[in-house]
Design a protein around this ligand. Sequence first.
Ligand SMILES: [Mg+2]
Length: 477
Amino acid sequence: MERSILHSDMNAFYASVEMLHHPEFDGRPLAVGGDPAARHGIVLTANYPAKRRGVKTGMALWQARQACPDLIFVPPRMDLYLRFSHLAHEIYMEYTDLVEPFGIDESWLDVTACASAAGDAPSIAEDISRRMKRELGLTVSIGVSWNKIFAKFGSDYRKPDAITVITRDNYRNIVWRAPASDLLMVGRATAKKLWTLGFHSIGDLALADPHILQAHLGKMGLILWTFANGEDETPVMPDGYSSPVKSIGNSTTSPRDLTDEDDVRAVIFLLSESVAARLKEHHFAGSLIGICVRDDGLAWFSRQHRIPIPTNISDEIAHRAMELFRANYTWDRPVRSIGVRVGMLQADSYCYQTDLFVDERLREKQFRMDVAMESIRRRFGHDALFRGRVYADRLLAGLEVHGDAEDRRGGSEDSRSFFADTAGTAGSVFTDSGGSGGPGTVWPGSGGVGTATDPAVAGAVHPHGYFEHGVRVFGGK
Ligand SMILES: [Mg+2]
């Protein structure tokens, strides 16, 4: 039987929730973002009046202010957004228990089973859209199709407050005409590569010889070909609902083998800085630190360690990661790639029992150093500064660990880095997750689909950040 799949996306989610709580700002441009304490940060989401004035997700606050001088900034309240995310999930669950969250503001629903009883899939979509408006005060855009990829495409196709049905009759006219970059998992780097190869639209991809795509993009080429043809059969994975974001991690394959602890330390610090920055951007802290290590023989392991106090501080993450590495690596062979991730996330407004043995002043100092470093990098580029231990090796320092291009394109709550893998719990560092990774990540054993390094990306060195939640990663816009 043909499947009926919806992809529902809450429009300008953080900003819409804030607008509900600030009726006095009605009609005015508003952005959620920033770290009010540090007066730095980026736009996490803007409402539609702000978007019309040129405010974009991912912009530095000062840039947003330049584009729109009367922009109202409000600091993010993750707890509140998670509550709304949960409420939306409860509505979805009334239609089907096959609900797969994709980031905090999106979900796939497989409504095949209930489609006949509750009307056809488009009318279920209309019903959901009405209820979200009436019960939560939020608009959604919903895509309806027979596979997850086209459903997702449909929810991006028209927004806000729209329903797009992609059928076997119309997909060539709608999906195929869109640029290849509109396809899920085609990040900026992959899109560029595809463009160079002459594949400009999704239709170009669909009609390409899959072997040619494979030759240029590796396994990812075949996956994209399948996606473009509407042949993705990935199931909607029901997920015990907790926070939709389970962990944040980065990994990298080094341009040269890492032969001693100093090499490893440099890379772990780079990765930890990038993970810490992204945790802070999304106002998370986590209490599970994990590493994943692969040697040049491609053997690998992963280890994780629970810490008493949740953190988003790069020093703390790096030191724990180093401890894990030292305790587990025997140096039989040089190291090829490393990943660092932080799980068991909670909002960073968490309260915790102060530990007598923890130097709170030192933590505060390290936190502030991170914030300063991150803001300098945001303004002047990642290369503007390095830790001495990293800078000592220019080759390693050149690793693009900040490389958020893929998941930044669509935004942050709106992140694009994605991973649709289905199988593979085997290699996951964290037990609460299925597969892992975004393009460019190298968590092994995650069962396939493109977890391995995105070959489209220059060299082997392009560790994209990714978010992992439940089954997969932060969703698109
Ligand atoms: Mg959204």
